[in-house]
Design a protein around this ligand. Structure first.
Ligand SMILES: Cc1cc2nc3c(=O)[nH]c(=O)nc-3n(C[C@H](O)[C@H](O)[C@H](O)COP(=O)(O)OP(=O)(O)OC[C@H]3O[C@@H](n4cnc5c(N)ncnc54)[C@H](O)[C@@H]3O)c2cc1C
Length: 456
């Protein structure tokens, strides 16, 4: 058994792991990223390649480092195709948006972490977590090309992505770490990179289209006007979709994809749930998909992963310098995540819950009736409001959907209450249980109003 020692060991060379490692190394501490893939494959991640908030990315890896991977910065709106209502909605997307060459971006991130001083150990699969009898995490165990290897560290940062194996292995019985995690809170997604002969007309838009069922959607994101990321996903509480066939069917129906060539295929799971209530345990922090730092309505998780990686690492540095890596000492990381996006994502999760309970036709009719700008606010902020004029126009457009609009209004109100509650996220672990109790009461109202099965 080879044993390595670092101040911080980070599992996973994805967005969250690279930002975490760069932050640790920038602070002058020893950081290693442990990655199961080999050097060539690392950074090749299943993704729609849409990077929202590209203008204000965290600083641990300079934006100039990753910018060469931004292949399309001319995208400024979403195009929602609703065939059942013969409608196309053009909806502005707030903030800067880029469609990226995901593999290039992944490689540049790893380079950025290395340039900051982090080490990369490829071909190393972590398969266990080291803990003391009282639950303190002290390291991880794995295999490098078949040989056993272990890493001892003051803090382990889990950036191993959705359904992280580390969380199955660790015992969090006495920690606040969120273990209320089930498959049904995830989405299964698949994408192909497709090259077309003629430039597509919608190279300034992210194209979305509902699948046959409410809890799924297809997307077409233009990396360039002739290179399209085409994919789809469905919520795992539904019957599995034949994703490859369903995508093929839709591609076949679109004339712009005639004679198209598929150059890459990849699929994976992603969390479509609220952010973990707590992503810390003694000596341990989870970041990115491993702690559900993903917008549960759009599936966008790159920005959340980057920020969480940096926030976790900043807290780890402070804790190590103070000689205390207890849950208390790491807690402030949870607060920063909730303040930045966790509260918003919890509100958006309410709409995700709604989407699992409503009829797809009703939902699409309602979407077709709502003003685009308001829809954009609901999608990205979780909060939206309407003046009387707009409300009247919406009511006229939405004749036939007033019942749903009333229900939607009730859902919106409870979503806002959820966000308000998250804005009161506790400042220490002792107060978490009481806060969770109150949140769970609000969730009862969410299930009542939406008619959905409990998700948590
Ligand atoms: C099909 C699809 C489309 C998506 N589209 C978008 C999009 O358009 N825009 C967007 O913002 N987000 C999108 N997302 C979500 C986004 O890809 C993720 O939120 C983001 O990649 C999370 O980064 P991460 O660093 O947390 O995890 P990941 O990027 O998943 O990285 C985890 C890393 O850990 C490694 N690893 C895992 N287990 C181990 C182990 N046991 N030992 C060692 N290494 C391990 C993996 O090999 C991987 O390199 C999409 C996701 C999917 C699946």
């Amino acid at each position: 058994m080879t044993t390595h020692e670092y101040d911080v060991a980070i599992v996973g060379a994805g967005t969250s792991g690279c930002y975490a490692a760069a932050t640790i190394a920038n602070a002058g501490l020893d950081a290693v990223i442990i990655e199961r893939k080999d050097a060539e494959e690392a950074g090749h991640i299943a993704c729609g390649d849409a990077l929202k908030g590209a203008d204000k990315f965290p600083s641990a890896i300079p934006k100039s480092k990753i910018e060469p991977a931004f292949t399309n910065t001319g995208v400024d709106h979403g195009r929602f195709e609703i065939p059942s209502h013969d409608t196309v909605l053009e909806i502005p997307v707030p903030g800067e948006l880029a469609v990226i060459d995901r593999l290039k971006y992944g490689k540049l991130l790893i380079e950025g972490a290395e340039e900051a001083g982090a080490e990369l150990h490829y071909d190393t699969v972590v398969n266990d977590v080291k803990q003391t009898d009282d639950g303190q995490v002290t390291g991880v165990v794995g295999k490098r090309k078949g040989d056993p290897v272990e890493y001892d560290a003051e803090v382990i940062i889990d950036g191993a992505g959705a359904l992280s194996l580390l969380q199955d292995k660790a015992d969090f019985e006495d920690a606040t770490f969120d273990t209320n995690v089930r498959y049904s809170q995830f989405c299964s997604a698949y994408r192909e990179i497709v090259e077309v002969d003629e430039e597509v007309e919608w190279d300034d838009a992210l194209v979305f289209k509902p699948t046959e069922r409410a809890a799924g959607y297809l997307w077409y994101f233009p990396r360039t006007s002739t290179e399209i990321n085409a994919g789809l996903g469905f919520q795992m509480n539904e019957e599995p979709m034949q994703m490859i066939d369903d995508l093929k069917d839709d591609l076949r129906d679109r004339e712009e994809f005639e004679n198209a060539e598929v150059t890459d295929k990849l699929g994976a799971a992603l969390p479509t749930r609220r952010t973990y209530d707590s992503a810390v345990a003694p000596g341990y922090m989870a970041v990115g998909d491993a702690a559900a730092h993903v917008n549960p309505t759009t599936g966008g998780g790159i920005a959340g992963a980057a920020y969480a990686g940096q926030y976790a690492a900043e807290q780890a540095v402070e804790a190590i310098e103070d000689g205390d890596v207890s849950e208390d000492a790491l807690w402030h990381y949870n607060e920063r995540v909730m303040e930045h996006f966790g509260a918003r994502y919890a509100g958006l999760d309410v709409y995700n819950i709604l989407s699992t309970a409503v009829d797809v036709d009703d939902l699409m009719g309602l979407l077709a009736a709502l003003p685009g700008k308001k829809l954009a606010e609901a999608l990205y902020d979780g909060k939206t409001s309407m003046g009387p004029l707009l409300a009247a126009r919406t009511a006229i457009n939405s004749f036939g959907y007033w019942r749903q609009i009333l229900d939607f209004y009730k859902v919106k109100q409870v979503a806002e209450q959820v966000i308000d509650h998250y804005e009161r996220y506790p400042s220490s672990p002792d107060a978490l249980e009481a806060w969770q109790r109150q949140r769970d009461e609000l969730m009862e109202t969410v299930y009542d109003v939406t008619g959905a099965e409990p998700k948590y």
